[in-house]
Design a protein around this ligand. Structure first.
Ligand code: PLP
Length: 406
């Protein structure tokens, strides 16, 4: 079955097999629950025996049918053995790490990882006796030199946050697996449509479902998908131990988002490419950080491993003058200033990679912006950007400019 067909029909099988299914309604119902009732003392005592521990509806905090419906849909799409749905994308990251790391372990983290993931390593994991080494995301098989006897996890995020460096996932997997380490991937940019993590050997794939999967900027949710049943159980044990669970309503909204994921992503991709190519030609722009562009350093790897691209990318301007950039950005009609991405609307934020990176310091001059291209007509977006550059030029004409390399 092709992904587009799955997206329409996923999580609805139970609707025709469940005898109590209500009224022929096409969508899976939303179950609100804490308590689940049992007919006998024996049934209550045995409620978590065997596979029921992970797969049965037995208490609201461990999942209701709406949660399991979403989990099954994502597991199939990612191509993994099982999925655990979490309360946010960040919770998916931190719970996945918590599921596989123990005191005394060593962890390799790409220098381009999502900022709050880094914060978790530097605070909570450090406190719990787990050491993190940040590595150049472009090392590929070169991570071998950083592996220690206690390296348990090589985390990956490809392309990475803010600068969109593409990682050689198969090469990293080969090195990690040869040393009995696991490979975790934050696959949010790739989405389960454009990057199939388990075909590339990843052990746990993480999604901030908040972004394209839910797609409407109205909720936060996450997913952890496992390559094996054993890893799935390990992750589910951990999320149950922490008591992490998304609300049934958010699971339902995410399922609704799934139906149009393929269609939305194709539009995001086409518009993203159009806008990125246009930006690349602008004299104010030094470079666009977007793997689908042939000039991007990660283009060859992206072309080898991905089947498409979402519409999130970086732009390095020639100028470093923040007040002038503020004139440009604050006047946009459609590119609003705001965190998150993957919703229906265009967004922009300033990115400060130099303030974060340690393994590969970011020294390139020029202000960095992160753009998310939404579902608006790209012609309107180009007009918005063009007017923004006119504001930038006017502001720079009245301010000291930084045009080195222009
Ligand atoms: C790459 C990446 N991973 C994870 C997250 C966290 O997702 P959430 O906002 O659902 O916690 C984000 C959020 O921006 C992200 O960009």
């Amino acid at each position: 079955m092709h992904d587009d067909t799955w997206l329409v029909h996923a999580a609805r099988a139970h609707a025709t097999t469940e005898p109590q299914r209500p009224y022929g309604v096409v969508n899976p119902p939303v179950y609100h629950a804490s308590t689940v009732l049992y007919p006998t003392l024996d049934a209550f005592r045995r409620r978590a025996e065997g596979p029921a521990k992970y797969h049965a509806v037995r208490y609201g905090a461990y999942g209701v049918p709406t949660t399991f419906a979403l989990a099954d849909a994502i597991a199939h799409l990612e191509g993994g053995r099982g999925t655990v749905v979490t309360s946010s994308g960040l919770a998916a990251v931190t719970l996945a790490l918590s599921a596989v790391l123990s005191r005394g372990d060593h962890l390799l983290m790409p220098d381009t990882v999502y900022g709050p993931t880094r914060d978790f390593c530097d605070t909570v994991l450090t406190r719990f006796g787990i050491e993190t080494t940040y590595y150049d995301p472009c090392l590929g098989a070169g991570v071998a030199a950083l592996m220690r006897s206690n390296t348990r996890v090589v985390f990956t995020e490809s392309p990475g946050s803010l600068t969109f460096d593409v990682q050689d996932i198969p090469a990293i997997v080969a090195v990690a697996h040869a040393r009995q380490a696991l490979v975790l991937l934050d696959n949010t940019w790739g989405t389960p449509v454009f990057f199939k993590p388990f075909r590339h050997g990843v052990d746990l794939s993480i999604q901030a479902g908040t972004k394209y999967i839910a797609g409407h900027s109205d909720l936060v949710i996450g997913m952890i998908t496992a390559r094996t049943e054993a890893l799935f159980c390990q992750v589910k044990d951990t999320t149950m131990a922490f008591g992490d669970i998304p609300s049934p309503d958010d699971c339902y909204l995410t399922l609704r988002g799934l139906r149009s994921l393929g269609v939305r992503l194709r539009h995001h991709q086409a518009s993203g490419l159009r806008v990125a190519q246009w930006l690349q030609q602008r004299p104010e722009v030094k470079r666009v950080l977007y793997p689908p562009l042939p000039a991007d350093p990660g283009h060859a790897l992206w072309q080898r491993d991905f089947t498409g691209a979402c519409s999130l990318f970086g732009v390095v301007l020639h100028t470093s003058e923040e007040p002038a950039v503020a004139q440009m950005v604050e006047g946009y009609h459609y590119f609003k200033i705001g965190a998150s991405w993957g919703g229906y609307e265009s967004l922009v934020i300033p990115a400060y990679p130099a303030a974060i990176r340690t393994a590969v310091p970011w020294t390139e001059p020029g202000f960095v912006l992160r753009y998310h291209v939404g579902l608006e007509d790209p012609e309107d977006l180009l007009t918005d950007l063009d007017e923004g550059f006119q504001r930038l030029q006017r502001a720079l004409a009245g301010a000291p400019s930084d045009r080195e390399g222009a």
